[in-house]
Design a protein around this ligand. Structure first.
Ligand code: NAD
Length: 334
C-alpha cells in the first residue's frame, strides 16, 4: 500500500456511503486498518452486479468492531435522517451511486434516483447536521470528449456524453451551491478508471480475466483503441484518507474543491490486455466491437493539483496493479 499508515491521535465518526461497493469497501478497510476513526457504512446492496461480492466485502469489514453497517436506500429520507441523528458524524464520504456509463443508456431512472435524489438527501442532511467536510465521488466522464490532454480540473465540463456523466456534473454544481450558500466544505473527486482487487464485475479487468481464465471470448470495445488513465485502488484510498483532513483557508468564500484522482499514465485497452495475458500466461480470444455511444475515446488526468495539495503522491504501475489483481482473483475464485 503506497503512502504508509496514518497514525491518527484522535478519532471521528465517519460515514461512508456505498461501503459495499468497490471503492467504498477499500476506503473503509484502509481507514479501519490505519486510523482510529469509527466507520459507519450505508449501502442498499443493489443487484447491479453480483451481490455475493458485496456481501463478502461487508463480512470482511464487520470483523473490525469500529465498523457499523446499515442496509438501506439513500432515497429513504427518514431512515437517513434517523441515521444522522443517531451517529454524530463529522465527515461524510458519498461514494454510493449507480455507476457505469453504458448501463445509463437503458436505465436512466436508476441514475436519477441514486445519483440525484439520494445525492440531494445526503448533502442536505450534511448541511443540517453541520458536517465538517462532505466528500463525494464525481467522475472523469464529466470531461466529455475534450481532446486537450491531460485533462485539468478547470477545463470546460458542460458537455457530458452520457446521462451518468450528466448526473456527476450535477453533483458538482449542487455541491458548489451548498458551499456557497451554507459554507459546507465540499470536495469532489473525479475518479479515472479505478481498478484493483475486489474490482467491479462490470469493468474490463474483471471481464477479461474471467473470460480468458475460462477460455471464453472477450469483447474488445472500440477495437481496443480506447485509452484510459488506469488508477490503482490503493493509491486512490490513500489520497482520499489524506483529503479528509484537508482544510481550506478559513475565510474561503466558497469552500468547494475538485480533484482529479488519476495516475497521469494513460494506456490503451489493447496494452492493458497484453499485461493481463502476460500474467495469466494465456492468449485472449477476442471479439472486436465498434465504438459504443456514450463512451469517451480517451481519458488522461492532470494530477498536478492533488500532488500540490498533498505534497507527494505515489502511483502504482499498471504492471504491478494487474499482477496484484490477478493474484487476488486466483485466490478469491480458487
Ligand atoms: N470505479 C471507478 O472506476 C469509478 C470511476 C469514476 C467514478 N466512480 C464513482 O465512484 C463511486 C464508487 O464507485 P464504485 O466503483 O465503488 O461502484 P460500486 O457500484 O462498486 O459501488 C457503489 C455502491 O453504492 C451502492 N448504492 C447505489 N445506489 C445506492 C442508494 N441509492 N442507496 C444506498 N446505496 C446505494 C451500491 O449498492 C454499491 O455497493 C461511484 O459514485 C462511482 O460513480 C467510480
Amino acid at each position: 500500500m503506497g503512502g504508509g499508515p496514518l497514525y491518527e491521535v484522535y478519532f471521528m465518526n465517519i460515514l461512508i456511503t456505498g461501503c459495499a461497493g468497490f471503492i467504498g469497501y477499500h476506503l473503509s478497510k484502509y481507514l479501519l486498518d490505519n486510523t482510529n476513526h469509527n466507520i459507519y457504512g450505508i449501502d442498499s446492496i443493489n443487484n447491479y452486479y453480483d451481490v455475493k461480492i458485496k456481501n463478502k466485502r461487508i463480512l470482511i469489514l464487520k470483523k473490525n468492531r469500529r465498523f457499523k453497517f446499515y442496509k438501506f436506500n439513500l432515497c429513504n429520507k427518514s431512515s437517513l435522517n434517523n441515521n444522522f441523528k443517531r451517529n454524530n458524524y463529522r465527515i461524510v464520504i458519498n461514494l454510493a451511486a449507480q455507476a457505469g456509463v453504458r448501463h445509463s443508456i437503458k436505465h436512466p431512472d436508476e441514475y436519477f434516483d441514486s445519483n440525484l435524489k439520494a445525492f440531494y438527501n445526503i448533502i442536505n442532511l450534511s448541511r443540517i447536521y453541520n458536517i465538517k467536510h462532505f466528500i463525494y465521488a464525481s467522475s472523469s466522464s464529466v470531461y466529455g470528449d475534450l481532446k486537450k490532454f491531460p485533462l485539468k480540473e478547470n477545463n470546460r465540463t458542460d458537455s457530458p456524453l452520457s446521462f451518468y456523466a450528466a448526473t456527476k456534473k450535477c453533483n458538482e454544481i449542487i455541491a458548489y451551491s451548498y458551499s456557497n450558500i451554507y459554507k459546507l466544505q465540499c470536495t469532489g473527486l473525479r475518479f479515472f478508471t479505478v481498478y484493483g482487487p475486489f474490482g467491479r464485475p462490470d469493468m474490463a479487468l474483471y471481464k477479461f480475466v474471467k473470460n480468458i481464465h475460462s477460455n471464453k471470448y472477450i469483447d474488445m470495445n472500440n477495437n481496443g483503441k480506447h485509452v484510459r488513465d488506469w488508477t490503482y485502488i490503493d493509491d486512490v484510498v490513500v489520497q482520499i484518507s489524506k483529503i479528509i483532513n484537508l482544510k481550506l483557508p478559513k475565510n474561503s468564500k466558497t469552500p468547494h474543491n475538485i480533484f482529479n484522482i488519476g495516475s497521469n499514465n494513460p494506456k490503451s485497452l489493447k496494452y492493458f490486455l497484453k499485461i493481463i495475458e502476460k500474467n495469466l500466461n494465456k492468449k485472449a480470444l477476442i471479439k472486436y466491437k465498434r465504438f459504443q455511444i456514450g463512451d469517451v475515446y480517451k481519458t488522461h488526468a492532470d494530477n498536478q493539483k492533488i500532488i500540490k495539495y498533498l505534497k507527494k503522491e505515489y502511483y502504482t504501475s499498471i504492471e504491478k496493479g494487474v499482477r496484484e489483481y490477478i493474484a487476488w482473483y486466483k485466490d478469491f475464485y480458487g
